[in-house]
Design a protein around this ligand. Structure first.
Ligand code: PRP
Ligand code: MN
Ligand code: MG
Length: 191
């Protein structure tokens, strides 16, 4: 058995995702020409998206990481955000591009935007592989979107179920029998 056998269907293939990373990387290089922004990658989900977008962006940029978590391994949003690892650079006066794998309720993003504003960032934009607009609980917009994803629980390319499947090269939907009974009852929030 391999991970691949747990996937019911592929939503975005490796090639689809590569094209989205190229498109957004080129757009960012254009929009941030001469600005040296900070690419702020949100651990752990945004790791693959980060490396693909950053190398498609032919412009000076710094790379930083932040670990913010709102879930505890399952499929339901816990609603409260924890700052697990802070970034190590002063963001005062800097232009920040937050890189996310998915924006669902918007809570994680709202928390980070407020934090960066408080610290005096000059500008804050968001580039997310997936935007699950139907999941929104707080009002927040994504500036650069790879794909508008339907309201389904998706894994792969950084996105996990119980910390697994992040290393699949594509984004897909898990077979229903993979979920535990307790998770099936609340299968909406994106982990
Ligand atoms: C996931 C995802 C986003 C966030 C989106 O991260 O990677 O960061 O949730 O959800 P929201 O819009 O409802 O806040 P998670 O907290 O699961 O941590 P992970 O990236 O380490 O998996
Ligand atoms: Mn995340
Ligand atoms: Mg997660």
């Amino acid at each position: 058995m391999t991970m691949n056998n747990d996937i019911e269907r592929v939503l975005y293939s490796e090639a689809d995702i590569a094209a989205a990373a190229q498109r957004i990387g080129a757009q960012l290089a254009h929009d941030y020409a001469g600005k040296t922004p900070i690419l702020l990658s949100v651990l752990k989900g945004a790791i693959l998206w980060t490396v693909d977008v950053m190398r498609a962006m032919d412009e000076y940029a710094e790379i930083e990481f932040i670990d913010v978590s709102s879930y505890h391994g399952g499929v339901e949003s816990a609603g409260s955000i924890t700052l697990k690892t802070d970034l190590t650079t002063d963001v005062k006066g800097r232009d920040i591009i937050i890189l996310e794998d998915i924006v669902d309720t918007g809570r994680t993003l709202k928390y980070m935007i407020e934090l960066l504003k408080q610290r005096g960032a000059n500008s804050i934009k968001v580039a997310s592989l997936l935007d699950k607009k139907e999941g929104r609980v707080v009002e927040i917009d994504v500036d650069y979107i790879g794909f508008d994803v339907p309201n389904e629980f998706v894994v792969g390319y950084g996105l996990d179920y119980k910390d697994l499947y992040r290393n699949l090269p594509y984004v897909g939907v898990l077979k229903p029998e993979i979920y535990t009974a307790e998770d099936t009852a609340t299968l909406n929030g994106q982990d």
